[in-house]
Design a protein around this ligand. Structure first.
Ligand code: HEC
Ligand code: HEC
Ligand code: HEC
Ligand code: HEC
Ligand code: HEC
Ligand code: HEC
Length: 460
């Protein structure tokens, strides 16, 4: 009796094992992408009017599709399932067969998918392709950060279709990051070079948390807690995700975006050129009127605007050649109507007398003094074991020093004396600016610092 039961159990087990084996063999022969291709060709066949063509579609060879991208050092197989990306008639169908709107001119055959989306290009299984996959170096970018990838190739200027990029770049340029970090060859070396940040493969979540409170992820970080708003946190995260150290073939970086007058106008407004210049008499008279300057000067001469020695009396701008070209395109067509509009957009509108101190204020943003000396140069950045424990404010400079002495400190830099000689040196020191700032930059900064002296003190 028991023997009989064991025999039955045994044969049942054998059948189950056989079933499992058959299933496994079937699955091995039906890789996860095959059903998608079957469905895709069935869909295409249904839409085909011609019978022979429809039959041919139904009998299509199922195969892994791959896009070889030696210039981007990757192989993308996403189109194994995403079969309709290039077919505009498939705009209405569900994913993964839907047409990819707005991809032009980034043809899929030339760009693949992962350079923008991230994800595991070689994978042919949905979860593996989309992630998250442990230890995969290039996680798929979530939708809200997807457009950060545009900045990997479009290094400058406004990117049509990615307005977030402009905002993100502006914040990095105005919050003093370069006071401590290098970025694309510019800035100081107290913190790590942000150009290499992509090597750390920080996730969007890590970056957000780091900007929310640097010491919650890097306990010893001397990076100030900037009290960023959520919007700023996302903009900075967006910016950092746009950085890449991946080598790319020149084609991908040869973005032939024409530097338009429209872009130039935005730059002209953002760089506040109007605080020193006028156009047809509208604006400030600190510098020359720029109306007709493209007739007075050659385009080649004007395009040097991003060079340090462009013009005595001009602040140093670090514009790349294409940016300078956009500015020149604007100058060629600029009228007093533009100047008036730019002045009106400015909040607050400055009287021309304040142009110099405003230029000084912007210089402290551009070179990152505010990163250490605080917003409005009000101090408050912790600097353990320095005397006073903080980076000093610069609003009382006029009480303690002559302008000449301040210029000398800025040029030379300064290492803070230790509060307790037995403890580690303070992490933040005053860098040497001799080779970075031009004399005019220093004069402007000093004019600005002097203007900060509270009114009642000045009366003394
Ligand atoms: C095995 C098939 C398959 C592969 C391979 C595949 N996908 Fe998908 N993908 C899908 C399906 C199915 C959907 C529809 C939504 C879903 O089911 O998750 C989808 C949706 C998406 C979406 C829409 C947003 C979302 O998350 O739902 C994006 C973006 C995407 N895929 C990108 C990629 C990229 C990039 C690759 C290559 C690295 C890739 N896919 C490879 C099957 C695939
Ligand atoms: C030039 C960058 C770029 C390339 C290359 C690119 N995409 Fe996209 N993709 C985008 C952007 C931007 C969106 C729009 C996201 C949105 O709607 O906010 C998008 C949207 C999508 C969506 C729809 C997402 C959704 O949530 O509805 C899918 C699916 C997708 N892409 C898959 C692919 C596949 C597959 C490839 C490769 C053939 C590819 N993409 C190549 C930038 C790119
Ligand atoms: C891998 C590099 C790369 C990435 C990533 C990339 N682009 Fe491009 N982009 C190019 C190149 C190269 C061209 C020129 C293509 C051509 O004409 O052959 C271009 C062209 C363009 C153009 C057309 C410019 C013109 O004047 O014709 C726009 C707009 C554009 N890109 C926007 C975007 C947006 C938005 C994103 C992010 C969703 C993005 N790009 C991501 C390399 C890239
Ligand atoms: C007062 C100096 C200072 C300023 C200003 C500053 N940082 Fe930092 N930051 C640092 C230092 C130092 C570290 C390295 C901390 C460590 O790893 O011990 C750091 C770390 C970082 C990291 C993390 C690097 C990593 O992956 O570990 C990022 C990202 C970063 N900073 C971005 C920024 C940005 C963006 C700004 C401008 C909003 C900024 N920092 C302003 C000093 C500064
Ligand atoms: C990496 C942080 C850092 C950056 C960036 C930085 N400073 Fe400083 N700075 C310091 C520290 C720390 C001191 C205090 C040195 C000391 O205690 O002697 C200081 C001191 C000074 C002093 C002397 C103040 C006094 O009361 O003795 C001046 C002036 C000054 N900085 C100007 C600037 C200007 C202008 C910039 C931008 C071009 C700048 N700093 C950027 C860290 C920084
Ligand atoms: C802080 C004041 C200041 C700011 C800001 C400023 N400039 Fe100037 N710029 C000057 C001065 C002063 C001169 C004249 C120098 C001279 O006469 O040698 C000048 C000269 C020029 C010239 C040459 C004019 C000619 O007729 O030779 C051009 C072009 C110019 N600036 C463009 C710009 C642009 C574009 C911006 C914004 C990106 C800008 N400037 C911002 C002060 C400024």
């Amino acid at each position: 009796m028991t023997e009989h039961r064991i025999a039955v159990l045994f044969s049942l087990l054998s059948i189950a094992t056989l079933g499992l084996t058959v299933a496994a063999i079937h699955q091995a022969n039906t890789p996860p992408w095959k059903p998608y291709q079957n469905r895709f060709y069935a869909l295409a066949a249904d839409r085909e009017q011609d019978d022979a063509a429809s039959r041919a579609l139904r009998n299509s060879q199922l195969e892994i599709k791959q896009i070889l991208l030696p210039g981007l050092q990757r192989v993308d197989r996403c189109t194994t399932c995403h079969l309709g990306v290039d077919d505009p008639t498939l705009a209405g169908v569900p994913h993964p067969f839907r047409f990819h709107a707005d991809l032009e001119p980034h043809r899929s055959a030339r760009f693949g998918c992962t350079i923008c989306h991230g994800g595991q290009g070689l994978a042919t299984e949905k979860m593996a392709a989309h992630g998250p996959v442990q230890n995969w170096l290039e996680p798929r970018l979530p939708k809200r950060y997807l457009r950060a990838s545009c900045g990997r190739c479009h290094h400058e200027g406004a990117i049509p279709g990615a307005p977030e990029m402009q905002h993100a770049r502006r914040i990095v340029g105005s919050r003093g990051c370069l006071g401590c970090h290098r970025l694309k060859g510019f800035g100081n070396t107290i913190g790590p070079d942000l150009s290499n940040e992509a090597r750390h493969e920080r996730s969007p979540e890590w970056l957000e948390q780091h900007f929310r409170d640097p010491r919650s992820v890097t306990p010893t970080s001397p990076m100030p807690d900037f009290k960023f708003s959520q919007r700023e946190i996302e903009a900075l995260t967006f910016y950092l995700l746009s950085l890449t150290t991946q080598p790319m073939a020149p084609y991908y970086l040869s973005v032939p975006m024409l530097p338009t007058a429209e872009q130039g106008r935005t730059l002209f407004a953002e760089a506040s050129c109007i605080s020193c210049h006028s156009i047809q008499g509208v604006g400030s008279s600190e510098g020359p009127d720029l109306h007709g300057v493209t007739q007075r000067r050659s385009a080649r001469w004007l395009e040097r605007i991003g060079h340090r020695e462009f013009c005595e009396g001009m602040p140093t701008f670090t514009f790349a050649p294409r940016t300078a070209r956009a500015l020149v395109s604007f100058l060629a067509v600029a009228t007093k109507k533009d100047a008036r509009a730019i002045l009106e957009e400015r909040i607050p509108t400055l009287p021309p007398d304040d142009a110099l101190t405003d230029a000084g204020r912007r210089t402290t943003l551009h070179f990152g003094c505010v990163g250490c000396h605080g917003e409005g140069l009000n101090g408050g950045t912790p600097n353990p074991n320095s005397q006073g424990g903080e980076v000093p404010a610069l609003i009382h400079l006029a009480d303690d020093y002559t302008r000449g002495e301040v210029a000398a400190i800025i040029r030379r830099g300064k290492t803070p004396p230790l509060e307790d000689p037995k403890k580690a040196a303070p992490p933040l020191y005053m860098p040497t600016w001799r080779n970075i700032l031009a004399d005019e930059d220093i004069d402007r900064i000093i004019a600005y610092a002097w203007s900060l002296l509270p009114e009642d003190t000045e009366a003394w």
